[in-house]
Design a protein around this ligand. Structure first.
Ligand code: UGA
Length: 438
């Protein structure tokens, strides 16, 4: 059986390579010519640990190939995965235009039965829309099934997550179609959640929103910790030992970013409003996240005596470590906030490149950490790259104009850095400090 993957971003490329690894023959299609030809040449258009090797391996085994001939690919493949993007519209709702285009192409070009699987993150009810779009585009009536099978992988951990999922969610009203999707994952052992398409669609949004709420909860607690002289990391550790709470996603810092949480919680909030109800907790989690960078900068500003005309090294541009993805990166929000306060920025990231939009007279990117720290009045840790945690901070101190560390990821040891002669500030970790008003 052949599988067609429509949309070759993080989710599509990873899904295709995982199915190739599981022994299926996979064809990849993406309307973006540049992305498609890069993949066909064996080069991944984004960074994801381990994925390049898989691409090379299955280019050689021949179990994955890439095509721009969508019509032929649709007619050749019995199973089609829709993995296209669902970006946010201005009002926060999910833009389904790429989903619709994919569905219309499937309807137009299918010549026999198809199993269509939606992997993209989509609002509740999209499965039914996709079925209607396919049916509406068919020149003659051919049967098909549409199954919802959301993805839960994390950027930077995509391969690991894809091979070791904690659950696979399959939403379908047709038991036989659900069984077919289940069989595609042969060799992966984890709980299978068989449910209705609407349930599957909501499980995806509800999971991301829950994790976002958890992060905003600890970030808001961090603000309280700054006022009462308690270290939020100790609180999180103590809470996390309760297995009903769990330790993960209780890491306070400058807030969440990326292509998923910010977009998905807004889509879910919008969805609730559309149905005449409210998800107050999710709305507040969004609000805490929206103000978290400003909170951090306000908290740190007195320590440097105002950011105006100060040179600040910003370490980490991507929204988290092990990715070059800048989408909704809190680090860029930090740079924006520093520019508003008339600071100079010396940025560093092991992979990501500074976007063109910044005036080079104010914001420069350096190839090395040492370069970014040179003569800086303070350093802000803005992404949790291992190389920042493992840096030789004793040696780096000599490079800086003033040894002040603002740790936006709460990942360094304040006690050790203070021993080295640094002034150290985290978020909710400044036991004797009083936080600013937001
Ligand atoms: C997230 C989910 O974790 C995946 O399960 C989901 O499949 C994916 O979105 C998606 O919908 O496609 P991802 O955005 O790659 O994955 O990254 P996460 O590792 O979840 O981190 C998201 C953000 O939260 C990052 O900015 C991270 O730094 C921040 N974070 C995470 C915290 O601030 N504190 C924490 O304790 C955990």
């Amino acid at each position: 059986m052949k599988i067609l993957i429509m949309g070759l971003g993080y989710v599509g490329a990873t899904t295709g390579l995982v199915f190739a690894d599981l022994g299926w023959n996979v064809i990849g299609y993406d309307p973006n010519e540049e992305r498609l030809s890069a993949l066909a040449r064996g080069s991944l258009p984004f960074y994801e640990p381990g994925l390049s090797d898989k691409l090379k391996e299955h280019g050689e085994t021949g179990r994955i190939r890439f095509t721009s001939d969508l019509q032929k690919a649709i007619s050749e493949c019995e199973t089609i995965f829709i993995c296209v993007g669902t970006p946010a519209k201005e009002d926060g709702s999910a833009d389904l235009q790429y989903i619709e285009q994919a569905a219309v192409s499937i309807g137009r070009y299918m010549q026999d039965d198809k199993l269509v699987v939606i992997k993209s993150t989509v609002p509740v009810g999209t499965n039914e829309k996709v079925a209607a779009w396919i049916a509406g585009a068919q020149p003659s009536n051919i049967s098909f099934d549409v199954v919802s099978n959301p993805e839960f992988l994390r950027e930077g951990r995509a391969l690991y997550d894809a091979f070791h999922p904690e659950r696979i969610v399959i939403g379908s009203h047709q038991p036989e179609a659900a069984r077919k999707v289940q069989r595609l994952y042969k060799g992966i052992s984890c709980p299978m959640v068989l449910c209705s398409p609407r349930t599957a669609e909501l499980i995806k949004y509800a999971s991301n929103a829950y994790l976002a709420v958890k992060i905003s909860y600890i970030n808001e607690l961090a603000r309280l910790c700054d006022r009462i002289g308690v270290d939020v990391r100790d609180v999180a550790a103590g809470m996390g030992l309760d297995s009903r709470i769990g330790r993960r996603f209780l890491h306070a810092g400058i807030g969440f970013g990326g292509s998923c949480f910010p977009k998905d919680i807004q889509a879910l909030i919008h969805e609730a409003h559309r149905h005449g109800t409210k998800l107050t907790i999710v709305e507040q989690a969004h609000e805490v996240n929206r103000t978290q960078v400003r909170y951090a900068i306000d908290l740190w500003e007195p320590a440097i005596g105002g950011f105006e005309n100060k040179t600040v090294a910003v370490l980490g541009l991507s929204f988290k470590k092990d990715t070059d993805d800048l989408r909704e990166s809190p680090s860029l929000a930090i740079i924006d906030e520093l520019l508003r306060r008339h600071a100079y920025v010396q940025a560093h990231d092991p992979l990501a490149r500074l976007p063109e939009i910044y005036p080079r007279t104010r914001v420069k990117q350096f190839e090395t950490m040492e370069g970014a720290l040179y003569d800086a009045d303070a350093v802000i840790i803005a992404a949790d790259w291992d190389q920042y945690a493992g840096a030789d901070w004793a040696k780096l101190k000599a490079k800086m104009h003033r040894p002040i560390i603002f740790d936006g990821k709460n990942m360094l040891s304040g006690r050790r850095l203070r021993e080295l002669g640094y002034e150290y500030w985290g978020i909710g970790t400044n036991a004797e400090s009083i936080g600013p008003d937001v």
